[in-house]
Ligand binder design. Structure first.
Ligand code: ADP
Length: 249
């Protein structure tokens, strides 16, 4: 299996507080990897390392190396890295502008001006995010009028419009109702044909539904990472077993 990311001996500190401890992990191409574990164990922190969002946090220091397609990300241009490694957050965060403009925003920033090209990008991105049919007659209306689930799919479409290779998702359904959650989970299944997906979830059922691989975190360490089926059916580590059987956390 081809790795997109190779994480090697990563330690991360917020000031004096160590939030990640000696992380070694491979993330595979066109697979969905879920990060699970109790709250505060470093899942989001590691996710944010992958496109260097932690650079924006003062006092945050990262040691070790993270290779993206065999390139050390510390040597990459952050704009280029973040274009290739897009991110979707816990709370849908559309820009206060029309549905069309939300998705055209990134491509426009990259200098694409032709109406026809932009329109194609918007339509294709909305289709890939399974939102097009619901919004095709209201592309000029504000994105703020969409439901929470639609807003989250819009944010996924906005990410897709930048033609990323990887999509990072930080608890993307925790603000959504069960039906909107199911739609996003179905969408993740579709998206993995074209993208590598890393998803942080506090919901173990969600990890079993959407992911191929699961990494279990505890207190800043990756305790175990394996095929999701194997991790949940025959965990190798006692801590993983205790967590997934609900004895702890
Ligand atoms: P999780 O995603 O597993 O809930 P986080 O990665 O958010 O965990 O947090 C890991 C640890 O790092 C926690 O102890 C948290 O308090 C701390 N932390 C997270 N973000 C920051 C920050 N910006 N500044 C200082 N500490 C932080």
């Amino acid at each position: 299996m081809e790795s997109v990311f190779k994480i090697e001996n990563v330690n991360l500190f917020y000031g004096n507080k160590q939030a990640l401890k000696n992380i070694n992990l491979d993330l595979y191409k066109n697979q969905v990897t879920a990060f699970i574990g109790p709250s505060g164990c470093g899942k989001s922190t590691l996710l944010r390392c992958l496109n260097r969002m932690n650079d924006l946090i003062e006092g945050c220091k990262v040691e070790g190396s993270i290779l993206y397609e065999n390139q050390n990300i510390s040597q990459m241009n952050t704009l280029e890295l973040r274009r290739k490694v897009g991110m979707v957050f816990q709370n849908p965060n559309p820009f206060p502008m029309s549905i069309f403009d939300n998705i055209a925003y990134g491509p426009r920033c990259q200098g694409i001006k032709k109406k026809e090209t932009l329109k194609n990008i918007v339509v294709e991105s909305l289709k890939k995010a399974a939102l097009y049919d619901e919004v095709k007659d209201r592309l000029k209306e504000s994105a703020m009028g969409l439901s929470g689930g639609q807003q989250q799919r819009l944010c996924i479409a906005r990410c897709i419009a930048m033609q990323p290779d990887v999509i990072l998702m930080d608890e993307p359904t925790s603000a959504l109702d069960p039906i909107a959650t199911l739609k996003i989970e179905e969408l993740i299944h579709e998206l993995k044909k074209d993208y590598t997906i890393i998803i942080v979830t506090h919901n173990m059922q969600q990890a079993t539904r959407v992911s191929d691989y699961t990494a279990f975190f505890m207190l800043g360490e990756v305790i175990e990472c394996d095929k999701t089926m194997d991790l949940f059916s025959q965990p190798k580590n006692k801590k993983t077993e205790d967590y997934i059987t609900g004895r702890f956390g």
